[in-house]
Design a binder for this molecule. Sequence first.
Ligand code: AMP
Length: 540
Amino acid sequence: MLGLMQDYPLLTNTILDHGALNHGERELVTRSVEGPIRRSTLADLRSRSLKVAKALELEGVKLGDRIATMAWNTERHMEAWFGIMGNGAICHTLNPRLFAEQLDYIVNHAEDDIMFVDLTFMPIVEALKDRFSTVRKYIVLTDAEHMPETSLPGAVAYEDWIGAVDDDFQWKTFDENTAAALCYTSGTTGNPKGVLYSHRSNVLHGLTVNQPDVFGLTSEDVILAIVPMFHANAWALTYAVPAAGAKMIMPGAGMDGESIYELLDSEKVTATAAVPTVWLGLLQYLEETGKKLPYLNRVVVGGAACPPMMIRKFELDYGVELIHGWGMTEMSPVGSVGKMKHATSSLDREAQLKLKEKQGRSPYMVEMKIVDDDGGDLPRDGSSFGHLLVKGPAVSKGYYRIDEQVLTDDGWFDTGDIATIDPLGFMQITDRDKDVIKSGGEWISSIEIENVAVGCQGVTEAAVIGLPHPKWSERPLLIVVRDPGSEISAEEILAYLDGKIAKWWMPDDVQFVDEIPHTATGKIQKMDLRDTFKDYVFKT
Ligand code: AMP
């Protein structure tokens, strides 16, 4: 027997409609690519998104067409985002930091029809336009006054384009499982793979991250959404903010410490989210200027492991709650957050700070478990390492136009991460499975050694890789970028690590480099490092 409840498809426009009707006055503030701060409201966002949907209709865009965006977080990007989805098309966010070959592959693989592009990224797109064989029109996210000369086919200034229509448009309706957004994820090898979100998964994920023990946004909040919309839905803030009726601040291209601080201060931001490198820039700026963060009450850090030093600085020096999160593009992307819980409230401050180094516990709608190499379940004892598998309504079950089985036979998605889970449910990532160091049959966590090493004065960045060893099969090599002007030695760094990690985890050597290679999403390219050091031989 079926229940007698209404058939109410979970479409992304329902979030926008709710935000505009109930919190229409709430502001969206953008540091524009052109320079000045621009202000609009949730009511404007809905009205202008309807115009985008209508203008796309006039362009002949149909259900399921892929419409690309290469843009910073701005109110115009938000309008394009909801307009594309509300028209039934698929919003394909492009990461401008990818290599030209990857962008070429992605745009052609997705067969993008129209592309919205920010002024900043016009040189990238102009250089690739002849290779983007399916894109017939480019909409430049600016107004007539700032529209440059361009060779892009069908190029039009966004404000002129939506200025030609009114907002008298009905959102399209369709099944909630219809595709809404596409985001390619680039591993270390092979072509990028398209993660295809549905309306249902986006709406549910927006609600997931809005739970009080996740980001817990309310209508009183002012959110600085630094994490890019081209990086997995801006961690679902694009949905969570209008659903909560919060005020949203978008930094455009200004990602440096000073620009971020200016917005935190002038807009009295209460919550914000970004990867660790952004926070390093802000912390450095605060230290240089002696400025404080009087309005901010929580900061979400994810995308890469949060260094312990960062947790202490935010919590102890600036009185800001640090929420360490983990996730991946295939998970929409939030998988876990390290909010304290009832059982941890009796822990002393030191123990709580230590616990925050873990990647946190799963919210409702994400299931996780760890398994051994044969797929057997491992205990949640905080010490057993295993492959981290996940399940949920906003977790991928396949990749766009790739015919391969992605899930295990019993329906779990293998994250490719290796982790422990403790009895309170706190998960800790120890490595990517490809980066695990196996020494004498035991696993060494490269991430944990890196975390400790960056706490050493004189060390800017650290990476640990496993290299062959005749006796132990593999041993860790620590690779370090020194602070400018620092002459810290290998012995001094090893002495610093001594006692902070297990004896048998101690790197066999330290090598210094000028730069550690990163992927387009800011992760350390361990494969490149292993290649650089392939002829290195341990003296031990
Ligand atoms: P992406 O799909 O580009 O967001 O990459 C997802 C991967 O980033 C995960 O599978 C992890 O390996 C890594 N990652 C994300 N957040 C964290 C974190 N807090 N600590 C360690 N690794 C992380």
